[in-house]
Design a binder for this molecule. Structure first.
Ligand code: NAP
Length: 256
C-alpha cells in the first residue's frame, strides 16, 4: 500500500492503517513495510508518519510505475496537497499503466462565510495580476515555491510565511516569516494588525490547520485572494477524509 504524502491527512491515514496492522496478524517485520508513505523531500525536517517512508521523486510516471511493480503495490492513495498537480497526474498515469487502484484523498475546500470578501483566481500569476488593485501590504501564504509569480510587484510590501526559507526571485519589499501550522486565530489577528496587512493571498487548500487566517481577514475587513485548486485527474475517485480513505484501502487490501 503506497500513500503519496506531504499532508496532515496523509499522516492520519498512515496512523489509521498502522493501528489496523497492530490489531491484525502482521509480524513486526512485515508491519513496517506494508504501508509506505512517500514524501517529495521539499521540507528539511519532515514529520514522518508510522510505517515505512521513502523520500524523493520517483522519476516521472514511468518511475512510479516501476516502483509500483517492483514493490507489488496493491493500492495507491494520492494524499498529496491539492496543489501538487504534477504528482497527482503522475499517479493517475502510473496506476492506469499498472492496473493499480488509485484514490485521491482531498480535504474539503473552504467555503466563504457572511462578511468574507474573497476574490477567486485560477493561478498564482492571476493572483499577482489582481493583487495591486486590492491592497498594498500583502500577507502571502501560498508557499515558497511560487514566489516568482509575485517578484515583479515592486510597489507591494509582502509578509511571506513559509516552512523553509524561500529563495530568489523574491519581491523587492519582502519580510519572511518562517513558521509551520497549525496557526491560531489570535496569532493571525496579531500578524494582520502588527504588519498593517490590507490583503491576504492564499491557495484554496482547505483544512483546519491554516483556516484561522480567513477568520482573521474577515474580522479585519480585508479582501482575500483565493487561488482555486487544480482539478483531480479525470476518473480518479475522491475521499474527503483519512477515515473514508482508510475504508477504501481496507476494501482493497483485505485479501492481498
Ligand atoms: P508537484 O509539483 O505535483 O510534484 C513535482 C514532483 O515532485 C513530482 O513530479 C515528483 O517527482 C515529486 N513529488 C511530489 N510529491 C511527491 C511525493 N509525495 N513523493 C515523491 N515524490 C513526489 O508537487 P509540489 O507541489 O512540489 O509538492 C511537493 C510535496 O509537497 C507534495 O508531496 C505535496 O503533498 C507537498 N505540499 C505541497 C504544497 C503545495 O502548495 N503545492 C503544500 C503543502 C505540501 P517525480 O516526477 O520525480 O516522481
Amino acid at each position: 500500500m503506497l500513500i503519496l504524502g506531504g499532508t496532515t491527512e496523509a499522516r492520519h491515514l498512515a496512523e489509521a492503517l498502522a493501528e489496523d496492522l497492530a490489531e491484525g496478524t502482521a509480524t513486526p517485520e512485515t508491519r513496517r513495510t506494508l504501508v509506505t508513505t512517500s514524501l517529495a523531500g521539499r521540507v528539511t525536517h519532515p514529520t514522518l508518519p508510522p510505517g515505512a517512508s521513502r523520500i524523493g521523486g520517483f522519476g516521472g510516471p514511468e518511475g512510479l510505475a516501476d516502483w509500483l511493480r517492483s514493490h507489488a503495490v496493491d493500492a495507491v492513495v494520492d494524499a498529496t496537497h491539492p496543489f501538487a498537480e504534477r504528482m497527482s497526474f503522475n499517479a493517475a498515469a502510473a496506476c492506469a499503466a499498472t492496473g493499480t487502484p488509485l484514490l485521491a484523498l482531498r480535504r474539503p475546500a473552504w467555503t466563504p462565510a457572511p462578511g468574507d470578501d474573497w476574490h477567486h483566481v485560477p493561478t498564482l500569476a492571476a493572483a499577482a495580476a489582481a493583487l495591486p488593485a486590492l491592497g498594498r501590504r500583502a500577507f502571502l501564504t501560498t508557499g515558497r515555491t511560487g514566489l516568482a509569480a509575485f517578484a515583479h510587484l515592486d510597489a507591494t510590501w509582502f509578509l511571506v510565511r513559509s516552512v523553509d526559507a524561500p529563495t530568489a526571485p523574491l519581491p523587492r519589499q519582502t519580510e519572511v516569516l518562517l513558521d509551520r501550522g497549525p496557526f491560531s486565530l489570535e496569532g493571525e489577528r496579531a500578524l494582520i494588525r502588527e504588519h498593517r496587512i490590507d490583503v491576504l493571498v492564499t491557495k484554496a487548500s482547505g483544512g483546519s490547520a491554516t483556516a484561522p487566517k480567513l477568520t482573521a481577514a474577515r474580522e479585519a475587513g480585508i479582501p482575500v485572494l483565493v487561488v482555486d485548486r487544480p482539478p483531480v485527474p479525470q476518473g480518479v475517485p475522491v475521499a474527503e477524509s483519512a477515515r473514508a480513505a482508510a475504508t477504501w484501502v481496507r476494501a482493497r487490501t483485505r485479501d492481498a
